[in-house]
Write a protein that binds this ligand. Sequence first.
Ligand code: HEM
Length: 177
Amino acid sequence: MTSTEEAPSSFWDELTSPLNLVLVAVILYLVYKILRSHFESEDTTAAPPPPPMKKLRKDLTTAELKKYDGTGSDGRVLLAVNGVIFDVTRGKRFYGPGGPYSAFAGKDATRGLATGSVSADDKEWDDVSDLNADEISSAKEWEEQFREKYDIVGRLLKPGETPNKYSDDETEDKKEL
Ligand code: HEM
């Protein structure tokens, strides 16, 4: 080794070099900030969760259903499958404004779900009688999935149909729709 060459620095020398000490300090500070914000968001400073939404029990026409696309003041989102209207507000990240399935919000989603197309049109009534067997069974599967996950609101009314009367009695929910 010549006198101009420096002795190879040890790992400890590297670690305690001024630049690295500054970097370590920055990292520790950032970790502290992240941990603090994490714990803060979990305790008292967090806003209380919104009160649960009142259950809606109502038969609606396609035009009435349209109002429930998540942009209303209460933010409620409804959609219909096979003539049954579901309250999908809990799935707002899917159906709410800007969500991947927002095209279904406030709409009869039967055709879209049956055919795998994230779209719904503004027909007053779509009788979906042109769907093939696979599409019909696909729509049926979606309906079953929705029945398990979401509350039923009522039936989607064909033009001229009259709405059912629902009482506030919870047992009414068990009524077959
Ligand atoms: C590349 C294709 C697709 C991918 C990767 C995809 C992925 C997903 C994922 C990850 C979820 C969330 C599941 C969960 O967290 O429970 C979801 C939900 C959903 N997808 Fe898709 N999807 C696709 C295509 C479609 C198509 C074509 C439709 C219907 C036309 C569709 C309808 C839905 C619906 C309705 C939900 C929400 C279900 C609920 O409310 O729980 N998806 N999708």
